[in-house]
Structure formats: structure tokens, C-alpha cells
Design a protein around this ligand. Structure first.
Ligand code: TTP
Ligand code: MG
Length: 365
């Protein structure tokens, strides 16, 4: 019988940066290893990039201030990141994953989707493939990867996170609702802390509450965002596994001022103009993006870039401008004249669902 459901894998490396460090220094194995800023005996600034699962037992996690991490885990092994090493490991892993399907989509340094529908016919075969992938990654790159398999991208992603580290979680179509029912709604990509509160106020606490709410009620209460969330919860997210445009990785525009300037208003106006122009092509090609980068060059060619990555793809001109202006704040007291500004949108996806543009609308309404 022809398999009607898709077989989508989401593969995500476990405690990625920390795993690479532990691979290269076996003495770290089994210990709390923290990658990030220098803790300086608890006085350090900056945050934890990631940490080993042993460190997570102390409550440490990505994004936590390093000073707080040090308080909770003073005996941890604190290491600065080695980005070249992680980049290399990431490329090796992606080369392996690519071989399992031509429908392959890398979504970050340590995660990728594979669509196996055409190659394998049942969810039973998939277990063997997932094991094979884990084995190959471990043998060739020396780190572990967790894999989720489901009929949709969003559920495959939830599944890969379900049994970390080194886990395999397969969610069959008939098991999908049971798998999701008791999960916190923040498991759904697009529901963060803020929107969680909003959903909770309206009686939605676990994913099961979304599943049991009729679609028209979700739309009535939560707009487009509610529709997306309902589709995810019901296994109807039909986004394809597809590498964006093959080679195109970002869209950017920049402009050098005729004369270097101190005038903030001129800088802002230029950024607004660049943003408008970028969005003309964004709309024309129906592209969604997840990372927004500000580039700024001062007199003397001193150049900086600052980025913000969102939890999911958006297409929202006003939000980009807000983020750009926010990133700009860091430079607003500079004594130097500005020579060039630029905006780059990356982590692109085509024909994504417009999931986040309405979050702000409904939260503020
Ligand atoms: P994640 O996949 O989010 O985290 P992880 O691989 O460390 O752990 P998990 O087992 O839960 O998947 O991110 C991948 C890498 O990206 C991570 O190793 C370090 C980096 N990173 C940061 O530098 N800062 C962050 O806030 C996050 C979330 C990740
Ligand atoms: Mg990871």
C-alpha cells in the first residue's frame, strides 16, 4: 500500500559546542562542561552558549548569565568557544546527513531536516535509518545526535528534542495526538513565553487544548497565529523540506553615505529606506527569514555587525525595523561618524507560513 503520510526526520546534535570539546578532551567526559563567556570567579559578564547534560543538572542552560552559572556550578569546566572547530564538525555532519536524502534542509549549524518519504515506505524502516545516521555521525565526527521522525517538520522537531541526548523518537500518524496532548504549548515553534501567557488566559495550556479547539475558534481568538498553531498541533503543517534556492543564503542591502555623518536622523532614514527596498524583493519572491543583521561602518573603516535570530521565520517589515533600531542602540553614543549602514536578512525559507507577524498584533490587542 502506498504510504500517504510523509516521513520527515529532524536531526539535532546534542549539546553541540560542548560535545565537540568533550570529544577533543576525554578528561571532560561525564563532567559539567560549560561553553561561553569567561566566568571570572562569578564576576564575568556574558552568557552560557551551551553546556553538557551534566551541567544542565545544576540548572544551567543556553543564554543564562555566566555569573549565575558559576554560582550554581562553581566546579564546572568553563571553556571559551572554538568556532572554527564547531564549523568544521557541522560541515562534516551535514555532509553525512545529505547522503540520506536529496530532500535535505539545513536549518542551523547543528540541525537539519530530511524527507525520506520517497526512499523508505514505512515508519518501521525509519528506526533503522535513524540508528544508522547516529552511528555514522558518531564514528566519523565523534559526537551524538538526536533524531525525531514524524509526518510534519514541526512535529519531527518536537520529537528530536523529546529524548535527548542520543535519542530517537518516532511519531506515527496514528500516535501523533497522544504524543502531543500533554505537552506544554511552548513546544510549538512560535509560542514563546509572551504568547504562552496570552494563550493561557484564554484557557489553552497544553497542546491537547489546541487539538480539541475547532479551527474557527482558534482563528477567532488568536488570528493567523492561532491557525498556524492549530495546524501544527493537528499534524497539518505542510511545509516542505527544501533547501532555499539552492545557493541563496541571504538578502542584503547597504549604502555608503556621500559624506560620513553624525546625523542620527539621516542614518535612521537610510535604514528605513534599505528595509523598504529589501522588503520589495522579499514580498516579490515570498521569502521568510529568521536572522536580521545590522552592519555599520564608521569613519576609518571600523566595521561591526550585530544580529538577532528569531525562533521562527517571519516576513514583517516593521518588526525588522524595530530590531535594527534596537541593535543600533549599542552604537548610538559613538563619537565617530557613520560611513555606511546595511541590513541583511538570512536563514531564509521560501513559502513559509506567516506565523509570527501577527503575534505582536494579538498580544497588544
Ligand atoms: P542548540 O541545538 O539549541 O543546543 P545544543 O545543541 O547545545 O543542545 P541540545 O542538546 O539541547 O540540542 O544549539 C546549538 C548550538 O548553538 C549550541 O551548542 C551553542 C549554540 N548556541 C548559542 O551559542 N547560544 C544559544 O543561546 C543557543 C540556544 C545555542
Ligand atoms: Mg542541538
Amino acid at each position: 500500500m502506498k504510504n500517504m503520510s510523509r516521513l520527515i526526520l529532524h536531526c539535532d546534535l546534542d549539546s553541540f559546542f560542548a560535545s565537540v570539546e568533550i570529544r577533543d578532551n576525554p578528561l571532560y567526559k561525564g563532567k559539567p562542561v560549560i561553553i561561553g563567556a569567561d566566568p571570572k570567579e562569578g564576576k564575568g559578564r556574558g552568557v552560557v552558549s551551551t553546556c553538557s547534560y551534566e551541567a544542565r543538572k545544576f540548572g544551567l542552560h543556553s543564554g543564562m548569565p555566566i555569573s549565575q552559572a558559576f554560582k550554581r556550578c562553581p566546579h564546572g569546566i568553563y571553556l571559551k568557544p572554538n568556532f572554527e572547530k564547531y564549523h568544521e564538525a557541522s560541515e562534516e555532519v551535514m555532509e553525512i546527513l545529505k547522503n540520506y536524502s536529496s530532500k535535505f534542509q539545513k536549518v542551523g549549524a547543528d540541525e537539519a531536516y530530511l524527507d525520506l518519504t520517497e526512499k523508505y515506505s514505512t515508519f518501521n524502516d525509519v528506526k533503522d535509518i535513524a540508528l544508522k545516521i547516529q552511528q555514522e555521525v558518531y564514528e566519523k565526527v565523534g559526537i551524538t545526535i538526536s533524531i525525531g521522525c514524524a509526518p510534519t517538520k514541526s512535529i519531527a522537531k518536537i520529537a528530536s528534542d523529546y529524548k535527548k541526548p542520543n535519542g530517537i523518537t518516532i511519531v506515527r500518524p496514528d500516535n501523533l495526538k497522544m504524543f502531543l496532548s500533554n505537552m506544554d504549548i511552548t513546544r510549538i515553534p512560535g509560542i514563546g513565553k509572551k504568547s504562552k501567557k496570552y494563550y493561557q488566559k484564554k484557557g489553552i495550556k497544553v497542546i491537547g487544548d489546541i487539538i480539541s479547539t475547532p479551527l474557527h475558534i482558534m482563528i477567532e481568538k488568536f488570528g493567523k497565529h492561532g491557525k498556524w498553531v492549530w495546524e501544527v498541533a493537528n499534524g497539518l503543517d505542510n511545509r516542505e523540506v527544501k533547501e532555499f534556492h539552492g545557493s541563496r543564503k541571504s538578502i542584503s542591502k547597504e549604502r555608503t553615505f556621500y559624506q560620513d555623518t553624525y546625523d542620527m536622523k539621516e542614518v535612521f532614514t537610510k535604514l528605513e529606506e534599505l528595509n523598504d527596498r529589501i522588503h520589495n524583493s522579499i514580498l516579490k519572491h515570498n521569502i521568510y527569514y529568521r536572522t536580521i543583521t545590522l552592519k555599520i561602518r564608521f569613519e576609518g573603516f571600523l566595521t561591526y555587525t550585530r544580529s538577532k535570530s528569531l525562533p521562527l521565520h517571519i516576513q514583517d517589515k516593521n518588526k525588522v525595523l524595530d530590531i535594527i533600531l534596537d541593535l543600533y542602540k549599542e552604537f548610538s553614543n559613538s563619537k565617530k561618524k557613520v560611513r555606511l549602514v546595511g541590513i541583511k536578512l538570512s536563514n531564509l525559507e521560501k513559502n513559509s507560513i506567516n506565523k509570527q507577524s501577527n503575534i505582536t498584533n494579538f498580544i497588544s490587542s
